[in-house]
Design a protein around this ligand. Sequence first.
Ligand code: HEC
Length: 116
Amino acid sequence: MKRTIVAAIAGAFAAASFAVAAQAPAGDAARGKDHFMKGMCYTCHGTAGLGSRYGPQLAPHPLPWEAFAHQVRQPRASMPRYVPQTLSEQDLADIYAYVVSVKPGPKAGAIPLLKD
Ligand code: HEC
């Protein structure tokens, strides 16, 4: 009985925190671009987040906010770690807004020069 109650409470808490955490905080894409450059993200991920030989593609379909933020705070492999003292939560939210704002390019077939 006690275990059931604990599990129910834990379940409710997990659901509530997921609902809150899954939503990206409001960010400013223009400021985010600035942080993306000053924070050197661009050196590995490209100026528009399209990736390079040093880092994977982030845009135009970035990871969900929670996974994105987690990777920046606790990188899973060789990416440098960014602590809140050097990159605040708001800076990170702005970066996310910038990456989300990158639009996919046109399909190759829609570019007249490539049809010749
Ligand atoms: C020195 C190169 C380098 C820099 C600088 C860098 N990254 Fe990365 N990033 C990587 C590499 C390499 C990975 C692959 C996973 C790993 O190594 O942890 C990665 C993975 C990621 C991922 C996960 C992508 C995915 O689809 O799994 C995100 C999000 C990310 N970086 C965001 C950023 C942001 C935001 C910044 C700047 C604040 C940044 N990175 C700076 C190299 C870099």
